[in-house]
Every structure is written in structure tokens, then in C-alpha cells.
Design a protein around this ligand. Structure first.
Ligand SMILES: *Cc1c(COP(=O)(O)O)cnc(C)c1O
Length: 557
């Protein structure tokens, strides 16, 4: 293989699709995404078959009567209805939802679920275990522990020490991250709250919005008790600024319950350096002789799937991944390895795990940490005392907990294995690099944060009539100059791209407009502007290179 440079994704020859990889990818598609009734019996049911076919053929049914009914229906039918397996209104709603199987679907961090996960979910809905309590869940509790151990292994945690639980979405996983830190720092807050305390939570300016909704839910004063750390150019957390902020807080006598990092931001896939933050945390614990350790929670809701490459043989490259993408993944190897320094992690199977909504896992490095979340056992009076300790009953935010996420995640992992996941993840990354490569060939397009080798491609288009290159214009915008001409220029170039985006009406690829894909320099007060742009996220196993070619062709013709 050629020696590749750090920007090998720019070069078409490094982006070729190898025959070996194409064959593997096709085989994964056939087995796990084809909705093949001979492999997966669910698709033999007439109505399901029709639903799947309408999605496959990109056909959205239009029915005026049902459309009217769905916007006005308001009463439960009085009489018993004769056996209809699927109610027409429900079928209509299902058939008219957004089609994630469409190869053009590259929206946000949304994927289509694999067949084994869909069948796994079915087991949970039929058996209907409730994970709140082991007697209501039987071995479903044990299955949850299996997935926890598998994921602990994947991250590089000690499986005997780790624990975890499935919960409602990545948002709740992050909520647990904040709560774990709060309770470890102020154990008495479980009864007495924390209003009298001096503290600051820490996250990054590129964190997902659930950071903010969670903190205000906890009653945190966002202006005074939260520090949003600055970003590096590629949207990674700036660890130097983080260290400075930690020192400042501790010198002011403020405690630091949680540092919340992101492993793969939703928009530009920036990966925070967890190991570096861990070392900083260890230093401040020693230096200030802290009686607690600020809890490091990592939001890996999207990014966790890169873990399938933690032990990949980059030299042999058994899957035949092309050099641009192989190089990109290998370039992130130390960040991927560093995830094991997190105290707890958010993992969404429903995103890059090809599992139906919702399937989210909070993974905790040290099981003792969950003890800090435990409430007074007297509250749980209607559960048998001996059984209470078998689950996370007394430590969870929820009471009833669905096992759908457990069964579907387990089934996907069991069927597709490391190789299946590596193939799917690499397919998305190869698509992303191919698009970056094609876009970069146009002088009026700038690929933003291309070195963030994730599934998200973010770019800016500039007016081709302007002589200056897109790259030069982008960097001029980043400089943040407080002059009228500068501001006018920022607005007019954003308007040009925005209008271009709207006029295309999302043909070929259903890209998204995002209002913050890069920041300008910081001014003396530490403020900056965020620049908008367009993004495509390649999780979809059905997206082909020809779809990307058609999109890029359409952009510039
Ligand atoms: C999607 C996402 C979340 C929120 O997860 P939900 O499962 O949608 O609640 C949090 N963080 C990141 C980085 C995400 O991409």
C-alpha cells in the first residue's frame, strides 16, 4: 500500500473502493438489511411486507381520507372491532414516516435498524420484562448484564468492576453522568439538595444540547454554576483552557462535580482527548488534595462505534478498507484507546449501532459509583428486600425500564459481530471521505474539519463569482473582526450557501443545514461567533458512491 499522508482523504486514488471490501459490504447488506423474508420471518407477514416494499421503492402512500382522519380523530371506538391485524390508520402512519432505508438519507446521526435488532426487539415486546426489578425481568436482567460486560470489554474496562444500565436515550445517560458526579462530590445532596454548595459543572461549547437541558433540570444556575470550556479549531475541547478553568474554580473554593466530554460531536464529530483530561484531573486531585474526584463522563452517544477498531490489524487490513479511511481511523487510534479513562460513558445503539429507538446504555467503570445514587431503601417498600439489590432498582431515575433496547442491542451484536460492525462503520467512513475528496476539488467549496475522520462531512459553499478561494474566505471569516464590512460579508456568504441549499430541495442526498459548524477566533472576552453550513452524515449502509457523485455533480452544475 502507498505511504499515505495525513490528508490522504483529499486524494482520489486513496479513496478507491477495494473489491474485497465491496464484497463484504454487499454480504452484510444482504444478510442484515435486505428485509429478506427467507432470512427474517417477520417480513412474511403481508402488511409488513407491503410496508417494507413501499419504503424500498421510495413510495409514500397518499390517502386523502386517512390524512384527514389522522389530523382529526379524537374518540376511542365504542364497539369491539373485528380482527384487523394492523389498523389502517396505524399502517398509514408507519408508511408515511421518514424513510431511513432510502440511500439518500444522510440526516443527522440517524441510521436504519438491522434485521436482527428488529427481531430482538420483538422478543422483548412479547415477553415484556420490566428491568426495574429482577423478579419482573428474570433472565432479561442477566441479558442486560451480558451486554454491559461486552461493552465494558469493547471499551477496555475491567469487566468485573464495570456496571451499567439501559435507559431512555443518550440524554438520560448524560443526566446520569452529571448526577454521578454530583452525588460523589456531595453525598448528602441525595436528601438535602445542593443549594448551599459552591461548585461548577464543566462541559464544552461543542457539547450536545442535552447537556443544557439536563443541567437546568437538575436546578443548576447555568450562568453561575456551569463553565463551558473553549474549543480548538476542530471543535475538540481545549484541554489547556480546561486546566485553567479547573485551577480557577478550585482556587475560588468551588467544587467540580462532573467534567462532561464528548466522543464524537453530533455535527462535526470532534473527539475530546479523554486520556489528557484524565491526567489533568489526576493532577488537580493531588495538587488540591481533593477529598473526591471530579467525575469524568464521556458522551459517546454517536462515536462509540469507532471502538470496533480498537484492536483492528491496520497492517494486515483484513477487510480491505481503502487507505484514506484506514489512515483516518488509525489517526484516531490513541483517542479511541483513551475512552477507557472515562468514569462513565453514554452509548446510543440507536445511532451508529443499527438498533431501533430507543436503545441507550450508561456504562460505568466502577460499580461502587452506583452506590452514590442509591435512595433510602424504605422508599421501595413494595419490593422484596432480598431482591432489591439484584438490579439497579434503588439507583435509577426511572421506575419501569423497557428491555427492548437490551434485546435489540444484544441481537445486533450477536448477529453482526465485530466484522459486521467494522464493515458498516468503514463503509460510512469511506463514503464520508469520498465525499470530502470530491467536494475538495471545487474551488468554491471548503470542507470544514476534514481531519475529524468521522461519518459527518461538513462544508461551506461560496459564491463562485468571487475570485478568492473558498478556503481563503473561510479563514477570513474565522478571524472575527469587529467591523461592519466583516459582519456584512459573513451574512452575505452564509445567505448565499443557505439559498443554494434551499433551492436544491435535498435532491440526491438529504443533507442538513446546521447553524454552528465552526467557530471564529475568540475575542478578548472569550466570545466568538459560530459559522453555519451544510452537513451529511454517513451511517446509512444503503448509501452508494453513485449517490454521492450525483449529489456533488448537482451542487456544481
Ligand atoms: C444524539 C445525541 C445525544 C442525545 O441522545 P438521545 O438518544 O437522542 O437522547 C447526546 N449526545 C450526542 C453527542 C448525541 O449525538
Amino acid at each position: 500500500m502507498d505511504k499515505v499522508t495525513s490528508h490522504s482523504w483529499l486524494d482520489e486514488k486513496h479513496n478507491r473502493l477495494s473489491a474485497r471490501f465491496a464484497e463484504r459490504h454487499q454480504s452484510v447488506l444482504r444478510q442484515f438489511f435486505a428485509r429478506d423474508p427467507n432470512l427474517w420471518p417477520l417480513y412474511k407477514i403481508k402488511e409488513i411486507k407491503e410496508l417494507v416494499n413501499s419504503k424500498k421503492n421510495l413510495f409514500t402512500p397518499y390517502n386523502l381520507a386517512l390524512r384527514h382522519r389522522i389530523s382529526s380523530e379524537s374518540v376511542i371506538p365504542h364497539q369491539v372491532n373485528p380482527l384487523v391485524r394492523f389498523d389502517p390508520l396505524a399502517l398509514y402512519a408507519a408508511a408515511t414516516t421518514k424513510n431511513w432505508d432510502d440511500p439518500a438519507s444522510v440526516e443527522n446521526v440517524i441510521s436504519t435498524p438491522c434485521d436482527p435488532a428488529i427481531h430482538g426487539a420483538m422478543l422483548a415486546t412479547i415477553a415484556n420484562p420490566n428491568l426495574v426489578y429482577s423478579e419482573y425481568a428474570g433472565n432479561a436482567t442477566e441479558l442486560e448484564k451480558v451486554v454491559v460486560r461486552q461493552m465494558a470489554n469493547l471499551v477496555g474496562y475491567n469487566t468485573a468492576d464495570a456496571t451499567g444500565l439501559f435507559t431512555q436515550g443518550g440524554t438520560f445517560c448524560n443526566l446520569y453522568g452529571y448526577l454521578l458526579g454530583l452525588r460523589k462530590c456531595f453525598p448528602e445532596s441525595v436528601m438535602h439538595g445542593f443549594r448551599d454548595k459552591q461548585f461548577a459543572f464543566i462541559n464544552s461549547q461543542a457539547g450536545h444540547y442535552s447537556n443544557m437541558t439536563n443541567l437546568s433540570l437538575l436546578g443548576v444556575n447555568i450562568e453561575e454554576q456551569l463553565i463551558r470550556v473553549r474549543l480548538r479549531e476542530n471543535n475538540q475541547i481545549d484541554v489547556q483552557d480546561l486546566a485553567k478553568q479547573l485551577d480557577k474554580c478550585l482556587q475560588e473554593g468551588k467544587a467540580i462535580p462532573t467534567i462532561l466530554l464528548t466522543f464524537g460531536t453530533t455535527d462535526t464529530f470532534a473527539i475530546d482527548d479523554v486520556a489528557e483530561v484524565y491526567l489533568t484531573r489526576e493532577r488537580i486531585c493531588r495538587q488540591y488534595a481533593l477529598s473526591y474526584r471530579p467525575h469524568i463522563h464521556v458522551d459517546a452517544a454517536v462515536g462509540w462505534s469507532l471502538l470496533f477498531f480498537r484492536d483492528y490489524d491496520f497492517a494486515q487490513n483484513p477487510l480491505g478498507i481503502n487507505s484514506a479511511t484506514l489512515d483516518g481511523i488509525e489517526g484516531h487510534a490513541s483517542l479511541i484507546n483513551g475512552l477507557r479513562f472515562a468514569d462513565s460513558i453514554s452509548i446510543d445503539f440507536q445511532k451508529w449501532g443499527y438498533v431501533p429507538y430507543t436503545s441507550s446504555l450508561l456504562l460505568v467503570k466502577k460499580r461502587q459509583d452506583m452506590e452514590f445514587l442509591k435512595q433510602d431503601p424504605n422508599y421501595f417498600s413494595y419490593f422484596e428486600p432480598q431482591q432489591r439489590d439484584n438490579t439497579h432498582l434503588q439507583a435509577t431515575i426511572e421506575c419501569s425500564r423497557s428491555a427492548v433496547g437490551v434485546f435489540s442491542a444484544y441481537s445486533a451484536l450477536a448477529s453482526m459481530g465485530f466484522e459486521g460492525y467494522q464493515t458498516l462503520v468503514a463503509h460510512g467512513l469511506q463514503n464520508a471521505n469520498y465525499m470530502r475528496c470530491l467536494l475538495s476539488q471545487w474551488p468554491n467549496c471548503y470542507v470544514v474539519s476534514g481531519e475529524n475522520q468521522g461519518p459527518c462531512v461538513t462544508f461551506r459553499l461560496y459564491n463562485p463569482q468571487l475570485k478568492e478561494s473558498a478556503r481563503a474566505q473561510f479563514y477570513r471569516e474565522r478571524r472575527l473582526i469587529k467591523q461592519k464590512a466583516y459582519m456584512e460579508n459573513i451574512v452575505s456568504s452564509a445567505t448565499f450557501h443557505r439559498n443554494h441549499f434551499l433551492s436544491r430541495q435535498r435532491r440526491e442526498l438529504k443533507t442538513n443545514w446546521i447553524t454552528s459548524m465552526a467557530r471564529t477566533n475568540y475575542d478578548e472576552q472569550g466570545r466568538c461567533l459560530f459559522l453555519p453550513g451544510e452537513k451529511a452524515v454517513f451511517l446509512n449502509p444503503n448509501t452508494r458512491r453513485s449517490d454521492i457523485e450525483a449529489f456533488v455533480h448537482g451542487l456544481f452544475s
